[in-house]
Ligand binder design. Structure first.
Ligand code: 4NP
Length: 157
């Protein structure tokens, strides 16, 4: 069997948006018998939250949507990730600029906005970390669902 295709979800802290994106991707491939084909992880652009579980609002949003088996510890992206992963998805344009600046010459990863796949055209997954409630997390979840599904439909073969 050919090697799995690997996706890395990136945001600033790896405690809000990229864990939601990773959990949504993992849930989709599990439910669609694609775990032999795809692999997913997530990481941060900053090391500040290294080792922490996702924000409680991210976890409660996932639980409310029926994703109860997700766990993750934040980690920073490494130079090696740009060769290990086929796709590295950022959540906003700052993420993309940072990733493009870090990418080692000749490494294989394709860097894209996850929201570039959103059929509703909402390309930016906004940082909800400083919000006072969960609404931004729910919105990020819904954006991730639409984009992950569209990405995997587009890369079926
Ligand atoms: P995330 O949200 O990038 O979606 O995980 C953030 C988490 C932490 C910080 C910023 C954004 N922070 O500045 O600590």
């Amino acid at each position: 069997m050919s090697e799995k295709r690997k996706v890395l979800m990136i945001c600033l802290g790896n405690i809000c948006r990229s864990p939601i994106a990773e959990a949504v991707f993992a849930d989709y491939i599990s439910k669609n018998n694609l775990t032999d084909t795809w692999n997913v992880d997530s990481a941060a652009l900053i090391g500040y939250h290294t080792g922490k579980s996702p924000d409680r609002r991210a976890m409660s949003t996932l639980r409310d949507k029926g994703i109860t088996n997700y766990s993750h510890r934040a980690r920073p992206i490494t130079a090696g990730d740009f060769d290990k992963f086929d796709f590295i998805f950022g959540m906003d344009n700052n993420n993309i600029a940072e990733l493009e600046g870090m990418q080692p010459d000749g490494s294989k990863a394709k860097i894209e906005l996850l929201g570039s796949y959103d059929p509703n055209g909402e390309t930016i997954i906004r940082d909800p970390y400083y919000d006072s409630d969960s609404a931004g997390f729910v919105k990020a979840y819904e954006q991730c669902v639409r984009s992950v599904e569209a990405f995997l439909q587009e890369h079926k073969n």
